[in-house]
Design a protein around this ligand. Sequence first.
Ligand code: SAM
Length: 268
Amino acid sequence: MSVMKGIMTLPFPFESVDVGCEDFGSFSPVNTAKRQTVDLSSEEAVVYSEARPRYPSEWFSMLAALTPQHSVAWDVGTGNGQAAISVAEVYEKVIATDISDEQLKQAIPHPQVQYVHTPLEMSDDELVSLIGGENSVDLITAATAVQWFDLDRFYPIVKRVLRKPGGIIASQSFKIASQCYKTLPFPFESVGVGCEGKPLELDMHKVMSFQGLLKFLSSLPVVHIAKEQGVDLLPEELLKDFERAWGEPESVRTATYKTYMLAGKVKL
Ligand SMILES: C[S@@+](CC[C@H](N)C(=O)[O-])C[C@H]1O[C@@H](n2cnc3c(N)ncnc32)[C@H](O)[C@@H]1O
């Protein structure tokens, strides 16, 4: 059963914040456009982190097979390092950056992952040098993050730091972002793993109980932000609908999270 598919078809007329968006329409009664993150309590962060799916390691092995060298990777918008720790299985060193210090406080320690706070005020030159300089990075990953970036600023930095030839950037999201990344500008040459306008569709699976689903939904940052604005995104009636759709309350089900990936190399 695709739980997320059910959630994704719900009308959701709010501008995207951190987890999920409808992404077809600009009606925005809750103006959260500038919100990049919401500060969850550490307990909520744990619930969210445990309930969300993990990016399969095979995805990073697939990307690693496309770069000739495996010295340095940059995981940008790393959050708590979900993707960074998997990238570290296939690259010697991962520089994992985020504009949110709060997110980095929850980061999963890993001997090959260096977490660095990169506030928006940091200059492009500073950022490039912090990552290792021009032409130094084998793989850049931006997992469920790039839709938040100022792409006019981000892509030139990517082009500077990626190794040329050989380096690639990969961006994936399990949210409904930029119409499943179909409309996301992605000015890189295809490496056969999704390209501008044609993201590769991948599935992630997560086994969960109904209680697990409820915990996950109530831990979503978007639910907290809406609540702050006086909007209850999980009213009793909706939860009853979910319960009916779930069936036997004790049953454990596999949720499928649709994920979209774009990857490419610098056009020379
Ligand atoms: C939805 S989270 C994804 C975190 C992680 N990559 C994952 O997949 O679990 C998006 C992250 O992007 C970060 N972020 C947003 N804008 C950013 C920017 N301009 N530069 C770096 N990180 C940014 C946020 O702070 C947040 O941690």
